[in-house]
Ligand binder design. Structure first.
Ligand code: DC
Length: 226
């Protein structure tokens, strides 16, 4: 049996289906789903709104100190994200905000702030944490670690469908270019780069539906902890 206070991590590149899988797995385990990408997106939005220059570390530190971030479950939908009291759940989900989040996420002060916040949330346990560095940096002692991946084309198609559901029409090539750039930048940055933890189970979701992937993860969890 998985300890109800355990932490399960799911890292991987953009559009691999991490959110759907993490939310679904959390529901099956009766765990809380932690969407750390949403945190980077919200901080990116806050810094953009202030027109802050990332090189101005004094101003950045001050701004990060005043940011109030809350994440609440939202049924089958993306988490409800509040930034300084304002609902930014929709505003952070654009492809542009993905790129902004990727850019700000390379900054040491931003990572320091969000890593601390994520560990604080993780203290209560019973969490499925999704991101890029959950298994490598934030929760290195997690009970079970997954690295979810899929081919670039498949990931672009999925992202396009997700955006279409939200009424956003974006060309496939444009999405492919954006996710390729993001993955390139996220994997090459110095701090907490996107990569599988040495003890992560790699899951390729290219030709598997969400239910099958979740079942496969549940089987791995049972094997890892029994
Ligand atoms: O998962 P996402 O697409 O919402 O993430 C947006 C960006 O945030 C991603 O390109 C890199 C950054 N990120 C990160 O650096 N570390 C995490 N744990 C989660 C996201």
């Amino acid at each position: 049996m998985l300890d109800p206070k355990a932490i399960v991590t799911i890292d991987g590149p953009s559009g691999a289906g991490k959110s759907t899988i993490s939310r679904g797995l959390a529901a099956k385990l009766n765990f809380t789903y932690l969407d750390t990408g949403a945190m980077y997106r919200a901080v990116g939005l806050a810094l953009e709104k202030q027109g802050l220059d990332l090189a101005d570390t004094t101003a950045l530190e001050k701004c990060l100190d005043t940011i109030e971030l809350s994440l609440l479950p939202n049924g089958d939908d993306d988490v409800l994200v509040r930034l300084n009291g304002e609902d930014v759940s929709q505003a952070i989900r654009t492809p542009e905000m993905g790129l902004v989040a990727s850019r700000v996420s390379a900054h040491p002060l931003v990572r320091e702030k969000l890593t601390a916040l994520q560990r604080q949330i993780g203290e209560r346990g019973g969490i499925v944490a999704e991101g890029r560095d959950m298994g490598t940096v934030v929760f290195p002692k997690a009970a079970c670690k997954f690295f979810l991946t899929a081919s670039g084309e498949e990931r672009a198609r999925r992202r396009q469908a997700q955006l279409a559901e939200k009424g956003q029409t974006v060309g496939l090539q444009e999405i492919l270019d954006q996710i390729s750039k993001r993955d390139y930048d996220d994997s090459r940055r110095q701090l907490a780069p996107l990569k599988p933890a040495v003890d992560a189970i790699i899951v390729d979701s290219s030709s598997m539906g969400p239910e099958a992937i979740i079942d496969c993860m549940l089987a791995s969890i049972a094997k890892a902890v029994c």
